[in-house]
Each structure stands twice: as structure tokens, then as C-alpha cells.
Design a protein around this ligand. Sequence first.
Ligand code: F6P
Length: 560
Amino acid sequence: MASASRATPETLPAWQTLKHHAETLKRIHLKNLFGNEPGRFSRFTHRGAGLTLDLSKQRWDDDTLEHLLALAFEAKVPEAIEALMSGKRVNTSENRPALHTALRLPPSAELHVEGEEVVGAVHESLAQMQVLVERLHAGQWRGATGKPIQHVVNLGVGGSDLGPLMVTHALADYRPRNIHPVEVHFASTMDGSQLADYLARFNPEVTLFVLSSKSFTTIDTLSNAETAREWLLSRLAGHASAPVSKALIERQHFIGVSACPEKMSEWGIAPEHQLRFWEWVGGRYSMWGTIGLPIALVVGMTHFRALLQGAHAMDRHFAEAPLEQNLPTLLALAGIWNVNFLDIRAHSILPYDGRLEYFAAYLEQLEMESNGKSVTRQGQAVNYSTCPVLWGQLGPNAQHAFYQLLHQGTQPVVCDFIAPLTRYDEVEERDTRRHLKAQHRLTLANCFAQSRVLMLGDDAIDDDGPRPEHKRYRGNQPSTTLLLDKLTPETLGALVALYEHKVYVQAVIWDINPFDQWGVELGKQIATQTQRLLEGEGELDRVDASTRGLIEAFQAAERE
Ligand code: F6P
């Protein structure tokens, strides 16, 4: 991807073939594709790294897949996979590699990037993280007044929040036993409301903050950090039993995680409490390294390393499996087919497991911040669609919320259903286990039923008497089902890596750079100007009438 220049996708021969082919497929209802092909499930289902990927409910056939694979070869996907994994500068606009896969290489591996071996440095940073985690888990990390830390609050946003938040919820069952209890919390919003809630409830003597920010310039995180520091200073500095200095408070109550050590030092983070990572790790790809500290604090280092192993297993599969069996590539091709040839530009992520509550929010950033782009790597405007609008929610809850639109609305939507095959085996009490296992079966029944109804529509009902229009289902909505053998650190790692690589393959085919996010910069600049205006500085009549009206409404409210 870094060096290989190539024609834009719509000029590739396979793209043209797919356009013609889509005219036929668009006329065929998904139920007929199944009717014509009894072996469809095994034909379009693949396994790897503890995951089963069922793509049989996509609106495609063997010919479609053949043309899509031809497109992947014409777009040089195999070369691009090699370029990513070997550390080529695939992030073209920022002229650097994107080496999240290096964060999960085993210690025995070696990877030389532009003359430097990186695996050793990665494992040193993990070892440093392990020391901090173990001190906290042993109750040996004490606040400035000498009490062991009980609450850790991660202050970060975007990639410095969503990945750790998602994984700590997903793997909460993997909390180690017999450790000093440390609760992990997250505050990301710049309005301070999440943080304010913690400050109202926690004892500052036993509260530690992790400032997670790759750039260490993100105002959302720095404003929360400043409030946290002031809270600690005002509550602890004049502590009656043991007055403590600002330096001690900063040392004992803050850990920094960033790619900019000098900025952490400037802020006041003690050098021994700074965890580092590298510019070559994208923010939304960073939870595998030291940004994963909250994960390690919840599940322990052993399980954190298992998460890395699961992701690495998917990396190997991605690098080694032929494209026609390559899970991330197949998932990516299904997406390309839907967006560019069937004109389906809405994509819903629907996990059927309460532990995956934050998975959709995580994927929203991964997919839309990566591939929400409209210029090619050469800087030309694209004339085809790229990333679809992606949103989601826990499937069982969404059934009672927005599934109405999936079944009877006017928008075509593709869905990803995600569920573990087994659950609750570890519950010790027999009756509780029996009830919970019944709930798991109920959940799977709903998951499989929904994708079936979305596919078949009215034909899912055996007794199909005449029904009024408002009770009819058109079906023909495609979906993917992803089954995890069990939700473990390993399978979760593989699942996330699967989506990371899917995003990359799509970016390669669309000829866009998935590793930058210039689209978020202008809003930040204008917010700084707007903040001055809100504070009464600058000329209000230079902004548009709407913005001026809103600012004046705020100023009037402040005066009251
Ligand atoms: O503004 C977008 C963004 O840069 C994301 O890409 C990133 O994950 C988030 O902000 C947080 O950035 P940082 O980790 O540098 O604070």
C-alpha cells in the first residue's frame, strides 16, 4: 500500500465486472439464493482463531465472490498486507508505518523497521506496565497520605478510552482473584460530568488517575486531568494528619500513557510513572500496548497477554491464509459488495452478549474514523462510496428499539450478529447455572431468528395466511453472523484484530489512507476560537447568525 501505485478502484476490470454482475444479483431475493443452493452455509462459512464467520446470508453467490477476489488481487491486497505487517510507511499522509500488529508479536519474534528492532522495545514497555499493575494489585501503591489505591480513573478519549472501556467490560469475568481490590473507571467527556460523579463519591486519598493520551494535547483529557489535579490538591494538600506536597500528589496519584514523554514530564507526571508508546501506533489501534493499562488492571497481565495472543493468531491468519479463506479479507469484500454494488450504506453491529455492550461504540471509531474518507492516497476526490454509516447496540435491547426499521423501514441495512456459542460453564451453583444457560439459549434463539427473518421476510413464517400490509416483512436484508467458541481474552483479541484488518483491506480497495484522521482537526481549531467568543473575547459579528445567536443565548444565561 505504501509504495505500490495503482489505478483507482472503479477503473479496475473486476470493478466493472462486478457492476454488471450486481444488476442480476439485485433482482434476486436472498431467500432464492438459499433455495437454489442447499450447501450455502458450508460454502460461505469459514473458521479461524476460535471464530466462525458465516457469510452465507450475504446477497452474493459464487460468481460474486470470484469477482470480488479478483478485485482484491487487482487492488494488490496481498502486497498491501505484506506492507502493513513488515512496517512499510502505509500511513502515507503522515509518512509512517502503522504497526499495531507489532504490539502483539511474541517476545521471541523480531521485526526490524527502518533499521530498528521493535519487538524488544514493545516487550520492555509491557514489562514496565506489568510492574505498575502488580504494585497496584498487591496493594503496594499508596496515595500521598499512605493509603493503598482503590480507584483508578482512566482519563482519555477516542482510542485512549473506547478500546480499554470495551475490553474491560467484555472480560470482567476474567478478574484475577486474591488481589487487592482496585476498581477501574473511565471518564472521557470534556464537560466533566463523568469525572464530577467520581469526584463526588471517591476518597482522593485512594484514587489514582491514568492520563491516557497519545498526543498529550487533547483538550478533553487535559481539562479532565486539570480538574482531577485541583481536586486532589485542594483535598489532600492541607490534609490534617499528613500535609502533602504537590509533587508527592502528582507522583502518587497520576500515571501517564503517551507517545510524548516530554509533554508528560511538563505536565508533572513522574518519569517512573510514564508509560510510553510510539508514533507508529494509531490512536484507535493502541489498546494492545500501554494504552491497555486499564485492561491489565482489570484482568491481570496474564489475561492481557492472552488478548494479545488472540490478536496475533488473527494477524498470522491474515498474513498467511489465501485470500479465498482469509477471514478479514472475506468480511471486507462483503462490505465492498454491499456499499459499492448493492448500494447498502448502513451497517449495524449487534452483539448478543451483554459483555459486549461497548463493542459497537468501539467499532464506530475503528471503522468510521479510519475509512470515513473521500480522497485517495494520491489526493484525488473519490467518485464511489467508502465507509458506510455504522452504528449498533446490544442486539436483544436493539430488538426493542430500532429493529422495526431493519424489518419494515425503507433503508437497506446490513447487520453483523455476534455471539458466543457457549456461556456460563464456570458458574458453580447448579441451579443458577441451569437458569443462566437457558437464558443463553434464549439469546442465541433470538440472534438466529432475527437474521433468519431479515433474510426470508414473510417466508420465515410456516403458516403464511393472508396478512395486511402493515404486518408484512420484505426480508432480503443481508447479514453476517460471527460466532465465538467462547468469549475469552484470546477470542476477543482475534475478533478485534479481524475487524482491524477488515478495515485495512477495505481501505486498500478504496485506495484511501485508514490511518489518519484529518477530518477531526478543523472542529478542534474552531472550538478554540469559539471558546474565546463565549468568554467575551473577539468579534461576535464575524461569525454566522446561528452561531452568534447560540453564543448570545449562553451569555444571557450566564448573566442571569
Ligand atoms: O481527535 C481524534 C483523535 O485524535 C483520535 O484519533 C484519538 O483516538 C483521540 O483523538 C484521542 O487522542 P489522544 O490519544 O492523542 O488524546
